[in-house]
Design a binder for this molecule. Structure first.
Ligand code: SF4
Length: 470
């Protein structure tokens, strides 16, 4: 272990001071037991008694296919039970009948009604899941790197030159599940659909040999479900000089929404704050990539205390989330969300377009409407909140942003740009798609002005073929 790592064991006076200040806020919150509810507990959630038995059965059918998990904090503090089923946090966490296509719903409902044999039900559920595009944007084939023997390295994705995604196996769950989750396949217990690694060594070996990588994104699920000691095993070694090229450590999380007590009274919350502070003090930029969909998620005392505590460590909280029908397809919701984020010291970062997976038909918003919502929301906020980019599609060729709708030479078009691309040279080059008020994803758009293909298409196809061949 290097001298630098040893030095980290003794926090600096500044670190001690901020830790003390942050702890003072956290002491207002007693440890709260984490109580979770899964599909088999649906009948044990008292608030659901106000639904009819038929509605509760619908939830059971949907949760047989798509993941469901909620906790007492979400139930008690975030959902307005006088406003169900319309309440956005209820829609965010509880299964809705419309999430399954009618034929899929009917198939599973019939099996449950007839108390079907377990194997038959499992087979039907597996078939429905596979019809739901569990790994959008060719993640399995296109993004997972190979080792020196040509074998796929589990638990890593390396799509853009400078950023590696790491999926620690202990972080492949969340404190609650979002109904629209684009990583839902991580949670359904199908090993073939999972991306995860418990190998800190594999991560470190890969980063050591890829000097072009500057950013590590630890993601899941939610890495904040992990014990701090596991996070430390992954992150602390990055302070050795051999990892000086890793300048930024990002941690993707929705724990500030689903379980802010993780940062307050949890048994290892203090240790987590110390770890974050150590990384910052050692010169890394540490960003908590917080997932938010609605301003209600920021409205509780616990959520705001957790934000203050994390910010006291020097970690920057960047806020991002998808635009989702039934939850936040309203410019007023986004404007209030971004304003609240800025007031609490968060940096609005992305408005994403819902991905082409899972229950997308229930949650998707046409690109044309998405752009209108973005534009009308951004017009309502000050410059500090206009850091939010979007609407952005994380598609297989790259992150494509809809910059606007306009008319050029008599043709109505979408103006698009790559925020990130498989080839960095594509980034920031505007390109144009024929306007289509129904399209919901990049693959439903066609090039404008009579062009037969996109400027990046041949190169992308070549990259794709090469990846799929390995
Ligand atoms: S927090 Fe993220 S990974 Fe977890 S369920 Fe929600 S969208 Fe999926």
């Amino acid at each position: 272990m290097s001298a630098q790592v040893h030095a980290l064991k003794a926090p600096t006076p500044t670190a001690r001071a901020t830790n003390a200040a942050a702890r003072a806020g956290a002491e207002l919150f007693d440890p709260v037991p984490f109580k979770v509810f899964t599909p088999r507990d649906l009948d044990r959630i008292p608030q659901l008694a106000r639904l009819t038995p038929a509605q509760r059965f619908e939830m059971k059918v949907v949760s047989a296919v798509l993941p469901f998990r909620v906790n007492q904090y979400v139930i008690d503090e975030l959902i307005d039970w006088t406003n169900i089923p319309a309440d956005p946090i209820f829609q965010l966490t509880f299964p809705q009948r419309g999430m399954l296509a009618p034929e899929h719903y009917a198939r599973i409902a019939k099996l449950l009604e007839n108390d079907a044999d377990k194997a038959e039900l499992e087979q039907a559920v597996a078939e429905v899941r596979h019809a739901l595009n569990p790994h959008p944007a060719d993640q399995m084939q296109m993004n997972m790197p190979l080792d020196e023997h040509g074998d796929r390295i589990d638990g890593l994705q390396h799509k853009y030159r400078e950023t590696v995604l790491f999926f620690p196996s202990q972080g492949q769950t969340c404190h609650a599940y979002c109904t629209f989750c684009f990583r839902w396949a991580q949670f359904v217990g199908d090993k073939d659909l999972r991306i995860a690694s418990s190998e800190a060594r594999q991560l470190h070996d890969y980063l050591r040999s890829h000097r072009e990588v500057t950013d590590l994104l630890v993601t899941g699920g939610d890495p904040m479900v992990m014990k701090t000691r596991h996070l430390r095993d992954y992150l602390e070694p990055l302070l050795r000089p051999e990892f000086d090229h890793i300048q930024t450590i990002r941690i993707g999380s929705k724990a500030l929404t689903f379980w802010p007590h993780r940062f307050l009274g949890a048994e290892d919350a203090d240790e987590l704050m110390r770890l974050l502070e150590q990384l910052v003090e050692a010169g890394k930029h540490v960003a908590l990539m917080a997932h938010y969909n609605h301003w209600k998620e920021l409205d509780t005392d616990a959520a705001q205390a957790a934000i203050r505590r994390i910010r006291a460590t020097g970690v920057v909280i960047r806020a991002q989330g998808p635009l989702i029908a039934h939850i936040n397809d309203d410019p007023a919701v986004w404007a209030r969300l971004w304003k609240t984020e800025v007031r609490l010291g968060l940096v609005p970062y992305y408005m994403f377009v819902e991905r082409d997976t899972g229950a997308r038909h229930y949650f998707e918003v046409p690109l044309a409407r998405a752009w209108q919502i973005y534009q009308q929301a951004i017009q309502q906020v000050s410059g500090l909140a206009r850091t939010a980019r979007g609407p952005s599609m994380s598609a297989s060729p790259g992150k494509v942003e809809i910059q606007g709708v306009t008319e050029i030479a008599g043709e109505k078009v979408f103006v698009l740009r790559f925020i990130q691309g498989r080839n960095p040279d594509w980034v920031q080059r505007p390109f144009f798609a024929r306007y289509d008020d129904k399209a919901t994803w990049l693959d439903q758009l066609a090039p404008a002005f009579g062009e037969q293909k996109w400027f990046w298409q041949d190169e992308y196809e070549a990259i794709r073929e090469e990846k799929l061949a390995t």
